[in-house]
Design a protein around this ligand. Structure first.
Ligand code: GRF
Length: 220
């Protein structure tokens, strides 16, 4: 039976669209059963409705600093829709440790860096500031610490000398749209297991490919 997934967003929802499109395939092990935005002006809400996915706005700002009551409303919606798994996709609201614990092992997030490098705000600018030559995106299980938790999947891109934060973020976003559906496929299909802080994938799902950046043309 397909796992029922809720996607939590705050903005444009391009990862949400990638997940909805992937889950439309007959053999995908999950269905997107609900989208919740904590902002009623999120562009992603209309995109979800256009794909016939139920989409709710639960305005977090109406709750001020009362995160627990906001989350109780979110939880009620998740219960009502029989949700098994949550995908955070550009959800810009911190969650309480209590909510995170309740969804332990059942809530994913995507972050546009190769974690544990560059958690937090503007990771593309952080990567350029550090001069790294390879960056990318990470899908991970959510734990109470922000942008941390067992890593399910990563995708990498080379960093170019003339990259700006915008050009690098754009290239990473294309990776995000590939790895988030694949990570959800693994998790919903029961192909990962948590061993403490580490997420392991069933045999055959890994890659030993080498990625080198910049390329020097010396043939190695
Ligand atoms: C993505 O870069 C994601 O990694 C980060 O927030 C951004 C959301 O973009 N957490 P979108 O709303 O999915 O287009």
């Amino acid at each position: 039976m397909k796992r029922r997934v809720a996607i939590l967003i705050s903005g444009r929802g391009s990862n949400m669209v990638a997940l909805i499109q992937a889950a439309a395939a007959a053999h995908f092990p999950a269905e997107i059963a609900l989208v919740i935005s904590n902002r009623s002006d999120a562009a992603g809400l209309e995109k979800a409705r256009a794909s016939d996915v139920p989409a709710l706005a639960i305005e977090s700002k109406l709750f001020g600093k009362d995160r627990a009551t906001f989350e109780a409303v979110v939880q009620a919606a998740l219960d009502e829709h029989g949700i098994d798994l949550i995908c955070l996709a550009g959800f810009m609201r911190l969650l309480t440790a209590q909510f995170v614990q309740r969804w332990h092992g059942r809530m994913l997030n995507i972050h546009p860096s190769l974690l544990p490098s560059f958690p937090g705000i503007d990771p593309a600018a952080q990567a350029l500031g550090a001069g790294v030559k390879i960056s990318g995106a990470t899908v991970h299980f959510v734990i109470p610490k922000t942008d941390a938790g067992p890593i399910v999947m990563q995708g990498a891109v080379g960093v170019c000398d003339d990259d700006t934060p915008d050009t690098l973020a754009e290239r990473i976003l294309r990776v995000e749209h590939r790895i988030y559906p694949e990570a959800l496929r693994l998790v919903a299909g029961g192909q990962v297991r948590l061993e403490g802080d580490i997420c392991k994938t069933t045999a055959g799902a890994g890659s030993a490919a080498i990625l080198i950046s910049p390329t020097t043309g010396c043939g190695t």
